[in-house]
Design a protein around this ligand. Structure first.
Ligand SMILES: [Zn+2]
Ligand SMILES: [Zn+2]
Length: 324
């Protein structure tokens, strides 16, 4: 049976967040200190020592803005063109797109800068012969793409990029088929607005729910968008803030992990990846938010009398791959 593969190329939200060299150096020093403090001394011990370290001590969560990929059999779909798209571009260039004989399919959730800034760095766009397809529910898709390449914001106007471009409008809550993958857009709770996607392939379901504040929580309030959260094997969900921050930043369009966990426990979502981490958050702060969410999840499961489902979940990082 073929697997559905999901890769998070950018897990950060709002703005890229590269790590300063002094932070990398301080992290390396603290790892060396701990290596010896734990009684290790040989190079053969390094792999074991690393396996004992949490994610935030080993490079953190990454700094690229949202870009994800869903693959099944020969079909390859991209979601959003955040700065994570630049590295994905290299993979496309190593295939038929490098010779001007490829095609690419990119779905947009919405057009905030953090979901667009990688687009001019998707090199297959500049190779004549490639067919590049863009998709969105929002009718302004063609104007948005053109605006990204408009002078003086970018030196090459859209008419001169080389590849043949196609814009497609998706119907809200209507399934579209891409090879073996079926995709249905459902509305999220985010300004301007924003659409999540439910991907169904090979009997597996991936729901991409970024960016969202998820102000509609009950089944009744979610109404026609409830299917986005039902029958789901893996959900990517917005966790830009801690629960306290969501109160201070109400109407900013982002959620906390506990909100996604409530949904997942109620609807039986098997696994959740939390992303769109705040650009101002250090790896330690994201890890603290993860620990806070862990306490919340465990208390909810303990208090549940069987009506809540157990969920496997974690905070996503750039480059993370999951197979369903
Ligand atoms: Zn965003
Ligand atoms: Zn946004």
């Amino acid at each position: 049976m073929d697997k559905v593969k999901i890769k998070i190329w950018g897990a950060r939200g709002s703005l890229p967040a590269p790590v300063y060299p002094d932070v990398v150096e301080a992290g390396a020093r603290s790892l060396f200190d701990e290596f010896f403090a734990r009684g290790y001394s040989r190079s053969e011990d390094v792999a074991r020592f690393f396996s004992e370290m949490p994610r935030h001590r080993l490079g953190g969560y990454g700094g690229n803005t949202p870009c994800a990929e869903v693959r099944y059999q020969d079909t390859r779909l991209m979601v959003d063109a955040g700065s994570g798209l630049r590295a994905l571009s290299d993979e496309y260039m190593a295939g038929p797109c490098g010779q001007g004989q490829g095609e690419a399919h990119l779905l947009f959730t919405h057009f905030h800068w953090d979901h667009l800034i990688g687009l001019p760095f998707f090199t297959p766009l500049f190779i004549p012969g490639n067919q590049i397809h863009f998709y969105a529910v929002q009718p302004e898709l063609p104007e948005v793409i053109e605006a990204v390449f408009k002078k003086p914001f970018f030196p090459v106007p859209l008419k001169q990029v080389g590849a043949t471009l196609h814009c497609h409008r998706l119907e809200p809550r209507k399934a579209a088929r891409f090879g073996g993958i079926q995709v249905t857009p459902y509305q999220l709770d985010h300004p301007d607005p924003c659409w999540g996607y439910k991907f169904e392939a090979g009997g597996k379901v991936y729901s991409h729910c970024v960016d969202t504040e998820c102000t509609r929580l009950t089944r009744q309030a979610l109404g026609p968008d409830l299917p986005l959260y039902q029958g789901v094997d893996l959900m990517a969900f917005d966790a830009q803030y801690t629960l306290i921050e969501t109160i201070a930043k109400m109407n900013w369009g982002h959620a906390a992990a506990s909100i996604g966990l409530d949904l997942a426990m109620r609807e039986g979502i098997k696994r959740v990846l939390f992303m769109h981490h705040d650009p101002a958050s250090s790896a330690e702060k994201i890890a603290a938010a993860e620990a806070q969410a862990r306490r919340y999840y465990e208390s909810q499961i303990r208090a549940s009398t069987g009506q809540l489902h157990k969920v496997e979940w974690s905070f996503a990082y750039d480059g993370q791959e999951i197979e369903l």
